[in-house]
Ligand binder design. Structure first.
Ligand SMILES: Cc1ncc(COP(=O)(O)O)c(C=O)c1O
Length: 376
């Protein structure tokens, strides 16, 4: 465990963002998406902060994540949506976890377990409206809906939701968006005709809740924007505050002559006598190796770039003749509201040709999360 580096997570920022998302979505109820350890921020603290900001639902990918929320005492509705064979469906039914159902086999398993336990399972039927990932194909939708309606009549389940997910909401105006919305309306109509009366109909993720009022329905699912990061490149989501700051103390500095090759492969060579600063964070901690000679950071009051290869546990920054010393903090990404030269996770994503989700979720287990802003 590195004592030099940590990811500081501002829980007030998450609560603030959740409040803002509700405003952006015109007051529509908010599901705080906390899967993947709260996008790397820590699932339980992130969930508390989302709820403090007004989230009335939580969303996870897997049942185990939802059960962890239940064990921690969260009693609000929780939806888990990836249910491969062998998942603990019975525990989920007992814990009143809403189960996202994407195929008939899962529906049948849920009905079987609910009947065995003598309970009414909460099920949210997911329509594939064009993402071609999870969800039930349009051709199979009517059958699934009718089977769910029969099981509802028999008391084995309650269809608490009907929902879907966009493929290209982060590209406003993409033709698939209107098509998916119209297919979602069709799916809802079929569910309605089968006699289903879901509590919530939902399709919007962060990008859609920021840009598509017509996609709000009864609930919006806010993930990345809750953590203060915008899913749409070059879109001004005014007021979002990045919650995670990844920073590390400098482990050592040294003076080297001009022409010194730096780090593995000597992919960086000093062009003058220079001071090198060593940052004890590497690809094992989530700093992508692709950030070699590219990754930005704030150090000694200004923006700089990683010099040479990112190693497993460390990388180097050429600071020239600046007075940078061991023990000083380097900020890899965080909130520019704290210092205008602070890179954001969005900056890292742009530079590395990825998305900010990947930057924050890959911060490794060796990096302690330090919580500020509210009780964790
Ligand atoms: C089904 C589903 N809904 C909602 C979300 C939240 O998306 P975002 O983080 O873009 O708000 C995700 C995240 O990947 C998801 O998979």
């Amino acid at each position: 465990m590195s004592h030099f580096a940590h990811a500081r997570v501002d829980l007030d920022a998450i609560s603030h963002n959740a409040r803002l998302l509700r405003e952006f979505a015109g007051g529509t109820p908010l599901m705080g998406v906390v899967k993947a350890d709260g996008y790397g921020h820590g699932m339980l603290p992130a969930a508390r902060a989302m709820i403090a900001g007004g989230a009335t639902w939580l969303g996870t990918a897997f049942i185990d994540e939802a059960l962890e929320l239940r064990r921690a005492g969260f009693t609000l509705p929780v939806l888990a949506w990836i249910i491969p064979p062998g998942e603990p469906v019975a525990e989920a039914v007992e814990a009143d976890v809403d189960l996202g159902v994407s195929d008939r086999a899962v529906l049948d398993t849920v009905i079987f377990e609910a009947a065995r336990l003598g309970r009414t399972a909460r099920v949210q039927l997911k329509a594939d409206t064009g993402l071609n990932r999870g969800g039930v194909n349009p051709a199979d939708w009517r059958n699934l809906v009718e089977a769910a309606a029969r099981a509802e009549d028999e008391g084995h389940l309650r269809v608490s939701g009907v929902w879907s997910h966009f493929a290209c909401a982060d590209e406003p105006g993409h033709p698939s968006i209107a098509l998916q919305l119209s297919r979602f309306h069709e799916a809802l109509e079929i569910a309605d005709k089968a006699g289903l009366d879901p509590e919530v109909r939902h399709i919007a993720n962060s990008a859609a809740l920021l840009t598509l009022p017509e996609a709000r329905f009864d609930l919006v699912r806010g993930g990345i924007a809750g953590y203060g990061l915008c899913p749409i490149p070059d879109f001004e989501a005014t007021g979002l505050r990045p919650a995670m700051t990844l920073r590390s103390r400098i482990a050592l500095t040294k003076r080297v002559p001009a022409g010194s090759g730096v780090s593995y492969g000597h992919r960086y060579v000093t062009d003058r006598e220079s001071t090198l600063a060593l940052v004890p964070l590497g690809y094992a901690d989530g700093v992508p190796r692709a950030a070699t000679n590219k990754g930005p950071l704030l150090l000694g009051g200004r923006r700089r770039v990683i010099s040479g290869t990112v190693c497993m546990d460390q990388f180097v920054v050429d600071v020239g003749d600046d007075a940078v010393e061991a023990g000083e903090y380097a900020v890899l990404f965080g909130d520019p509201g704290e210092h205008p030269d602070t890179p954001t996770a969005e900056d890292w994503a742009r530079i590395l040709d990825t998305i900010p989700y990947e930057i924050v979720t890959r911060v490794g287990v060796r990096v302690p999360r330090e919580y500020v802003g509210a009780p964790a």
